[in-house]
Each structure stands twice: as C-alpha cells, then as structure tokens.
Design a protein around this ligand. Structure first.
Ligand code: OGA
Ligand code: NI
Length: 355
C-alpha cells in the first residue's frame, strides 16, 4: 500500500483502470490525501465566499397548472438557474429505489465494476469513470460515476448493470411527466405556447443519467467532489441524498450558496443548451460539489438534452421578438464534445457558442 500511495502512476491505474475507483481508495482508510487529488487552490471552493443567509428558491409543484407556479419556475430559471421542487409527482418509493440501486452498483466488487470501464464496456453508452475525464484531468476529482445514455429499453436491458438497471429505468420513466411540465412552463416565457413534437425533440430529445458516488475523503478541503462547472443539458433533474455538499454560484456574483437536502425534493438546474436556446434569458449556473470527511454521498442527475444531431441556437420565437442573437447555431454533439475535451473550468464551455 505504501508504494501504491507514493507512485502516482500506480495509484492512477488502481483508481481509474482497475474498477476500484476513489471508493476503493477511500476504503483503504488512508490518512492523508494523495497528491494526485490535491487540487490547485483556485479549483477548490473558497468557503469564505459561501453566504449562509441565502438559498435557491423552493417551488411547490402540486398545482403545476396554476400560472403562479409557472411564473415561479421561470423567475427561478432567470434569477438563479437553480431551484428545488417539492410535491413534484415522482413517487418517493421510486426515488428511494434508485438511491438503493446506486449504492448496490458501487458496492459491487472491482472485478464486476471493471466491466463498465470505457475500455471494457461493449457499448459507448455506458461507462464507469473516476474523476471527470481522467485522461485529461491533471488533478483527479474525488468522485466515481456510472454514466448511462438512454437509447431504448432493449438497449438498456442488454447493457446497463443488472443490479441497478430496472430502478434507474423506472426512475427515468417516472420523471418524464415532470420534465414535460417544467419545460411547458419554461417555454411559455419564450412565447412558445406548447410542447409539440418538434420542440420536444430539441428540448428533451435525449437523456443521460449518471449515478454519482463521492466516498469519504481524508482532507476534503484539499480536493473537490466535482469542480466548478455548468451542465451542457437543457435542464438537469438532480436527486441528492441527505449528506449535502452541492454549492451554487449566485448570478453575476462571487457568492456561493449551499443546496440543502430536503427529503423527497428534487433539484432542477438550467443547462447551457437552454441558456443558448433562450438567448440568455435562462441561466446555466456554475456549481460545485465539495468532498466530505465523514460520509459517503450519492447523487443521481438526469441530464435532459437535445439530440446529438440537433443544431441548437437561440430559438426563432425569441429572435422574432427583436432580440439580437448572443449565440451561434451549433451542432449539439460538437458542443458536448467540446465539454468533454477539457477539465471542469467554471462556465467556459459556453464560450464555444458565443457570437
Ligand atoms: C453533475 C453535478 C451535482 C451533485 O453531475 O453535473 O453537478 O450534487 N452533480 O452531485
Ligand atoms: Ni453539474
């Protein structure tokens, strides 16, 4: 073990290439964080910038047809880019099942988990990763994740890990009507009255679901769970457990606010694709996960995306109001490729689409 911890290459092989992940490293009960994970100070979250007296909006969705609820969703998307929802209609049992399924997957022995590493996985749609892009990240993030791109039930049944597949699919299916209600509300303010087949395809034509595992970390203050980034989605539906640790940057500010876990709630955030399509009305906000010294944390984001083959840009209805386009038309798969070419670096992905 001493040699493993002293040799960065060996350590990287252990965590990244052998299915151990940072979870496996955490379970060795190491006393101090290996250098490979020590982030430069500017990549860590400066806790002195966290303001305790503010929080993102919490919206009760029980009457989502009520125009007031729609307005609250649009206001939150404009001013915060992030909000929590309660009474959202996704059954608690389905949420609990997908959380259990996430723990089950990460409890698998490394030999089992190894099968889902990109180099071994028979499909590019399922992959187990440590850090964000270990091939590119100079310093690794303290996180393991299984990423599943949804193609069809048949495909999922063939390739997704059987210990979690059914619960993940069930969660995806049960979130669909919520996602539609959120988008219906958001497009109204863009002068689009209805979610029809055409705009549905570009707003929610593909889905990716990740199972995130952030194990207990020695020296959590020296590293990150996820470095500051914005999502490339249209919107993200995030399920977090009761641990906490997600921080959101306040719009046009250096201040950060914590997203406190609320039992049964879901967190919604606007992604770059919707910031682009709304011509900057809705904000894709930088967020950060800190590592935790006492508890393992899981989270499950659903990234609701355009299809890879879609060309996205400010929507015609928005431009028809006389606004000047702030973003170019870009092929969504090019945008996503750009995101996956570089380590997390705040909000810089969107520069790719700026006019
Ligand atoms: C992400 C992300 C937040 C969390 O996976 O993009 O921001 O709380 N996750 O895990
Ligand atoms: Ni994110």
């Amino acid at each position: 073990m001493a040699s493993l911890l002293q040799n960065t290459r060996e350590l990287k092989t252990f965590v990244v290439d052998e299915g151990h992940g940072v979870k496996g490293l955490s379970e060795l009960k190491i006393k101090s964080l290996p250098e490979l994970f020590i982030q430069p100070i500017e990549k860590r979250l400066d806790m002195s910038k966290v303001v305790p007296y503010e929080s993102i909006p919490v919206i009760d969705m029980s009457n989502s047809d009520d125009p007031k609820v729609g307005e609250a969703i649009c206001d939150a998307a404009e001013k915060w880019g992030f909000f929590q929802i309660i009474n959202h209609g996704v059954p608690l049992s389905i949420i609990d099942d997908v959380k259990d399924a996430t723990h089950r997957f990460f409890m698998l022995p490394p030999e089992e988990k190894k099968k889902y590493l990109f180099k071994n996985s028979p499909t590019k749609n399922v992959r187990l990763v440590t850090s964000f892009i270990p091939e590119v990240d100079t310093y690794l993030e303290w996180k393991d994740y299984l990423s599943c791109f949804y193609v069809s039930d048949d495909e999922a049944n063939s390739y997704w890990p059987s210990v979690c597949r059914d619960q993940v699919l069930e969660y995806l299916k049960n979130s669909e009507s919520l996602i539609k209600r959120l988008l219906e509300a958001l497009i109204k303010r863009l002068d689009i009255p209805k979610l029809d087949d055409k705009n549905k395809a570009i707003l929610m034509g593909s889905m990716r679901i990740n199972l995130n595992y952030y194990p207990v970390c020695p020296n959590p203050e020296l590293t990150v769970g996820v470095g500051g980034h914005s999502d490339v989605s249209t919107l993200t539906v995030l399920l977090q457990d009761e641990t906490g640790g997600l921080y959101v940057r306040k719009l046009d500010s250096e201040d950060w606010v914590h997203v406190p876990p609320i039992k049964g709630s879901l967190t919604i955030n606007i992604g770059d694709a919707l910031q682009i399509m709304s011509n900057g009305l809705y904000k894709s906000i930088e967020h950060h996960v800190v590592a935790n010294g006492n508890k393992n944390r899981i989270s499950v984001p659903i990234f609701v995306n355009p299809r890879p083959s879609d060309v996205i840009g400010p929507l015609p209805q928005v431009i028809n109001r006389g606004e000047k386009a702030l973003y170019k038309q870009v092929l969504y798969s090019d945008y996503v490729k750009h995101f996956y070419r570089k380590s997390h670096n705040g909000k810089d992905t969107i520069d790719f689409a700026k006019v």
